[in-house]
Design a protein around this ligand. Structure first.
Ligand SMILES: Nc1ncnc2c1ncn2[C@@H]1O[C@H](COP(=O)(O)OP(=O)(O)OP(=O)(O)O)[C@@H](O)[C@H]1O
Length: 255
């Protein structure tokens, strides 16, 4: 399913948080959103998963206006992993994952159980099924919320810092799994090397505006990284795979 963000501006209390955003995620593409703290990544993603409404502009799923859809209709095609994990869940892991099935009308209890079991197995949380969500570690919670999103069987996944709290093996595992899912993915990522390795296309956001977009290594150039992130970047090659890796230093203070 294709996602088109068309000239979207989002405001809160009269302040423009993101402005005139144009972004396209073709069907099955993994699109990364990178930018410094406070640049507007979460605001844009929250607009795509309908926690916010655009002040102007339109978000389209295969051409249909997302904000004109009913909540269950939208939830049948789009699932999100929000940045703020809802710590108010006083439910077991199995119950949290089962919430992902709520939007589906044609469900059966047995079918739901199988889908949830599959989602929990994929994210490595099957052993936690009977544990209380509140008693989990940050990384375990993140993986349970990912299982809930997968149980929703969406066609579009919106991920806000999905690797937050995850150890390195789970970071690589989750991104590889997302990549292989074939879903259209829009993800905010802080780790530029992870973003470059997994995304088809990156959009760079700075002060609420998209300042670059394209294939990762075309746009993650030292000049742009200095300007947007305030770091000096050095490109090296992985000795075995040849993949480009970025090494970072703080820019020397300007006198
Ligand atoms: N409801 C609001 N009212 C006023 N300002 C807000 C509101 N929500 C967000 N902001 C501001 O909008 C800007 C963008 O915030 P946002 O959370 O989208 O950034 P981000 O790129 O996701 O940052 P981070 O990398 O730190 O998660 C920030 O300056 C933030 O303080």
């Amino acid at each position: 399913m294709r996602v088109d963000i068309e000239d979207v501006t989002v405001e809160a209390t009269g302040v423009r948080l993101v402005e005139d955003i144009r972004l396209t995620a073709p069907d099955g593409a993994f699109v990364g959103l990178v930018g410094p703290n406070g640049s507007g990544k979460s605001t844009l993603l929250r607009t795509v998963y309908r926690a916010l409404r655009p002040a102007s502009g339109t978000v389209r799923l295969d051409g249909a206006d997302l904000h004109a859809m009913s909540p269950p209709a939208a939830a049948r095609v789009l699932a999100a992993l929000p940045q703020e994990s809802s710590a108010e869940f006083d439910y077991t892991v199995a119950e949290v994952v089962a919430m992902g099935r709520t939007p589906h009308r044609d469900r059966t209890a047995a079918g739901d159980r199988e889908i949830c079991a599959h989602a929990m197995a994929r994210t490595g949380v099957a052993d936690l099924a009977d544990r209380g969500f509140l008693a989990l570690s940050g990384g375990e919670r993140q993986r349970v919320l990912m299982a809930r999103a997968l149980a929703q069987q969406p066609r579009v996944l919106v991920l806000d810092e999905p690797t937050n709290h995850l150890d390195i093996a789970h970071q690589l595992g989750l991104l590889a799994q997302v990549r292989e899912s074939g879903l259209t993915v829009l993800a905010a990522l802080h780790d530029l090397n992870l973003a470059a390795a997994h995304c088809d296309v990156l959009y760079v956001i700075s002060r609420g505006r998209i300042v670059a977009d394209g294939p990762p290594h075309d746009i993650l150039r030292p000049g742009l990284l200095a300007e947007v992130f305030g770091v000096r970047a050095h490109r090296v090659r992985h000795p075995e795979t040849g993949a480009v890796q970025l090494l970072f230093d703080l820019l020397p203070p300007t006198t």
